[in-house]
Ligand binder design. Structure first.
Ligand SMILES: [Zn+2]
Ligand SMILES: [Zn+2]
Length: 135
């Protein structure tokens, strides 16, 4: 496949994902709300080995919360780029918000719906919903 390209807001970080995502899902957890500034994140699950940082690796910062997996963002602009334990985990999450073009894969599930906020409305899109994580 043609590599999927992604960038942070300031353009300092550029990366490529060279394999199709194993799954795409919305995450509504409280951590994703904090780090995204919105209702959560939308993530493509990818083998970590298929994620290649092409520029700006020195800008990346990884935060390990006390609960859950490490999250990686650009220190220049704050854009959240990777989760799921990147770069040390076998599989990582790529934030779809960072991709330059939308992937052909549509989200298949909403996860952590137990953390849907009072100010948030879950869409009636027919997708599977999970109280915590799927699988
Ligand atoms: Zn940036
Ligand atoms: Zn989350």
């Amino acid at each position: 496949m043609t590599p999927r390209t992604g960038t942070c807001l300031c353009g300092g970080v550029r990366f490529e994902v060279t394999e199709p995502f194993a799954a795409v899902s919305y995450c509504h957890c409280t951590t994703c709300k904090k780090l995204s500034g919105g209702t959560g994140t939308v993530n493509g699950r990818s083998r970590t080995d298929a994620i290649h940082v092409r520029q700006g690796a020195e800008l990346l910062r990884t935060f390990q919360p006390s609960e859950g997996s490490a999250k990686t963002f650009c220190s220049g602009c704050g854009s959240n780029l990777f989760g799921g334990g990147w770069p040390d985990s076998e599989y990582s999450s790529v934030r779809l918000s960072a991709l330059d073009e939308p992937p052909e894969q549509q989200p298949g599930a909403h996860i952590f719906v137990r953390s849907v906020a009072p100010w948030e409305t879950l869409p009636e899109d027919g997708l599977e919903r999970f109280e915590t994580r799927s699988g």
